[in-house]
Structures are given as C-alpha cells and as structure tokens.
Design a binder for this molecule. Sequence first.
Ligand code: AHR
Length: 612
Amino acid sequence: TLVVDVSDSGRQIPDTLFGIFFEEINHAGTGGLWEELVNNRGFEAGGTRVPSSIAPWTVVGKEPAIFLETELSSCFEHNKVALKIDVQCDKCPSDGVGVSNPGFWGMNIVEGKKYKVVFFVKSKGALEMTVSFRETEGGRILASSNIIASASEVSNWKRMETTLEADASSSDSSLYLTTTKKGVIWLDQVSAMPVDTYKGHGFRSDLVNMLIDLKPAFLRFPGGCFIEGQRLRNAFRWKNSVGPWEQRPGHFGDVWSYWTDDGFGYFEGLQLAEDIGARPLWVFNSGISHTEEIDTKDITPFVQESLDGIEFARGAASSKWGSLRASMGHPDPFDLKYVAVGNEDCQKKNYQGNYLAFYKAIKAAYPDIQIVSNCDASSKPLNHPADIYDYHTYPKEYETMFNNADVFDKTPRNGPKAFVSEYALIGEQAKQGTLLGAVSEAGFLIGLERNSDHVIMASYAPLFVNANDRKWNPDAIVFSSNQVYGTPSYWVQFMFRESNGATLLKSQLQTPHPNSVAASAIICKNSQTYLKIKVANVGKSPINLKISLKGIESSEATKATKTVLTSADASDGNSFANPTKIVPKRNPHTSAGKEINDILPPVSFTVFDLLI
Ligand code: AHR
C-alpha cells in the first residue's frame, strides 16, 4: 500500500535535479552528435609528424598512377600535416584517382539532402577535381560536383567550398576527392557536413531530439576520463578546441583510444547546452591525468586556463576570451554557472592542493559560480570548501543499484550539495542495456527524489554510444550512421523528466518487499496540475498495489493514465532490429479515485498520472 498525502504542501524538488552528462566516449561526439562526416579531416591522426596516419582515408587508384605522402606543409600553424597527392597517370582511369574517406563506419547520405564540402587545396598547375559521395560498396555515385581552378588561383593554399545535393541514398557512403589530370595536389582540412544540422550548429538532429525529449536541466561535459587523459598531453584542453575548426589541432583521446579533430569543442558544448535548454556544467582538467600529476606549486597555468575558459563562456564580447566567443558567432555570454574541478581525482596526491588553488581563484573572480569537488561527502564531511560534490556509482548487482536509493538518507545537510554525476548498473546484468538495469536505476532515482533536499543534480553515464565503437556498456542512447534508439535506462530517465521543479509529496509505502519496491509521488505543473506516482518493482514477482490518496475527495481525481516500462524477460533490451521493444506504454487507467488498485508486473517501472 502506498499512502500519498495530497493535502501535504510538500517540498520543491530542485529544478536542476535531472540532467545529462555528455562525454567524448564511444565516438559520442566525433562520429556522432557532431555531424562532421569526414574522419581525420586534417590527416593529423598520427600526430603532427610525418608520416602521419591518414586512416581511414584510402587511396583511389594504384601506384604508379598515384602516390600519397604526408608532409608538414599545411598553411595551418597548429596542424601542419597535409596530404600530397602525386598523380602520374597520363591517361587516368575515367572515374579518377585520388582519395576517399568512409567517415565513421560509413557516411549516411540521404536523397534530396544537401551537404557542404569544404577543403583546402594547393596544386602545381590548374586544378580539375571531382568531389563526390559514392556508396562504399560498389561505388554508386550519390552526389557529385566538379571543382576547377586556374594554376594561379591554387599555386598557394586556397579554401574551396561546394554544396552537393544527393540524388540517391545510402547509409554506407564515402567522400571521394578525385582527378583525371596528371599533376601534384596538396589537400588539408577536408570537411563534409549536412546543411541542415540542428539549428545550423553542427549537431545531428535525431540525436539532439533524443536529448531534448529528456528535458535535461543541465549538461555536464565533456568528460569523464576524457578530460583527464591517460597522459596529460592527451587530456582535453579547451583552448585547443575553439576558434575556426580548420585551425584546431585535434588530439588523440588516449583513455577511449581514438583521434578527435575537436570539431565538438568547448564552444560547441556550451552551444549544445543552450540549444537544448540546459544549464552548462563544464568539467576541466585539475592538473591530473590517469598517470601524472602537476604539483600544486606549479598549478597556476592550469588555474589561469580555467579562468580564461570561464571568461570565454561568459565574459563580455569586448574581453580577451569573450571576443573569441563572439567571433565564433555568440556575442552574448553563455549561462555558465557550474564548473567541476577534475574528474574522479579525489584520491590523487595533489588533488586537494590543486583544487583549492582553482577554488580560491574562481571564487575571487566569479563568486556566483558553483564549484564541484571530486571528493565524496556523502558519508564524511569534506576538509575543503565546495558548493557541490561529485558522487559516482556503477554497481554490478541490480540489488545494490536499487538499494543505493538510501545512500544519502543519513548525509548531514549542512555541507555541500550532492551531484550524482555518473550512475548506471553495469556488468552482466546490464549488458548493453537491460530492463533489469533500468528498473534498478528507477529505484535509485526515486531515492534521489526523496533526498533532493541534498542531491541537487543527477546524470546517467555514458549518454551515447556509436554501436561501432562500444568502449563502455551500457549507454543511454545507441546510434549508427542513420539509426538511433534509447536503451531501457534512457526511458527511465524519460519517465523522470517531469520531476525537475515539481513538488514532492509525503508518501508512505507499506510493503513486505522494501528491497525491491520503491515509490514516490510528485505534483507537476505544466499546462495542467497533476499528481504523478512512480513505482519501481525490481522483484521477480508481480505485486498487488493499492494507492490510497489522503486529503482528496473521491470525485476529485478524475482522469488517470498508467505508463509502464516492462517486458516478459528482464534481461531484454532494445536493438536496431527492435528499437522499441522496451519503451513506456501509456494506457488510460479506470480505477482513479481516492484509491487505485493495480498489479505491478515483475521487473517494471510504472507511472500513474492523475489530473487533480
Ligand atoms: O562514464 C564512463 C567513465 O566512467 C567516465 O569517463 C569516468 O568518469 C568514469 O570512470
């Protein structure tokens, strides 16, 4: 029996409670949310040295008709590698020789859509090139455009731009840059993007819409381990990720083991937050990687970098770093109010010293910024000042995940607030996203709602996975070049999306199964006021549930709906073949009144919505 006191004035849940955490992991951004189709657009993936790794570019044609070589001859100061294409054929094959790029496991080219292709080129002699999208298998041409320039126009580096409109579709295509003319061509910074990205900001719309549907209150970004690096030289550093895309050096993210051109950089993270209506929460490197630590006495440059980053986000357009933001198309400040010093670094020798240096400098310059410490204060007080502390939990047993609901029950309320910035069931029971994992997380989130006088933010991790690069399982959103689906964990977050800013009512659950059933009741105010009751049953048996509404006349609760996330098999998940196997199913519910009687299926998450 769940007794809900509807006459209770309740307590407001922070409007920041449920948000999302975007990390560059699993090709989430590069080859994912960031809709750059070209993989390794600057031929830099082997680092700024030659020979560099041009993979996944491949040669079109064979020696001796064509020779490829990487050279340090680019016009771009921070990414010197360029590709030299030496075309030796007097009579070249009619469909040309050159290079092709399959993108990230195949480019998705859609009939009728337009694609902007930009590249930098230099040539000995006049230039005659064809830019095309071709199906990777078989070479069917989907879109094509010719580029012609006189010798004098391209004797030095020149930016070329063309828009291709596809007259056929394939989700496994490549970009081709080819020629039938003998001569030498240098290429660098080759980009291909659909013209219709989300708000024209470069994001893949189908993936952005999945985020918007969660109504996230905040966006934590860009990591995670990504901001730490195994080695400091491979950590994400914001200054290398801003300004014109073609001038960004890119870097090898050595924790998740892939190259990124950093097209999705610091600016794009801030822009994404704004576009989806979420508050940005920027995580920066604390002078600590997985294997190295900067001594606190030497931390000043890192501190300055964080201050500059804040100025970039919210400084006046006339300020040094604010003017760079303005030049990128955003003269108004971004609404940056939260920063986190490092990720999972609390146990590192220099963390506390480094943290304090960041804390003091940021508070002095920006007193309103809320600073997140990596040190867990859920069971003992911190020995340093912080507004918020990080809490990460990745249990492998669903019972542990579910019962983590009470982890903050006893935390003293006089310290910093908690940010559950990463949570998920992982391992055998969670696989690539199971119902069992999701329902155990629902139980945990009900506990967070109950403790939301202390826990002010929570986000699942990781958010995205490109199915071709599963570095971490499970994830909330799975995609390929042309498909996307939410795992059951995604749908649980979806079912909590009305909690931000809602009123939590007093409710009492009387059950012989306290370790497998959890419930909460909130009042939501959108266009209408309604009571939302959520019940998670992670047990293997059905449960007879009686909801008794106190303080309401039986006629007051008029219309009810019931939304259920369940499946016959708790180890089920969604897939590209069956993307909606486990999604919330909504039905009218007839027994609304002072009392609701229902049967909760085994391993299920049920939401009752009652207009009151
Ligand atoms: O979410 C995946 C990883 O888990 C994050 O990068 C890190 O913070 C945690 O260890």
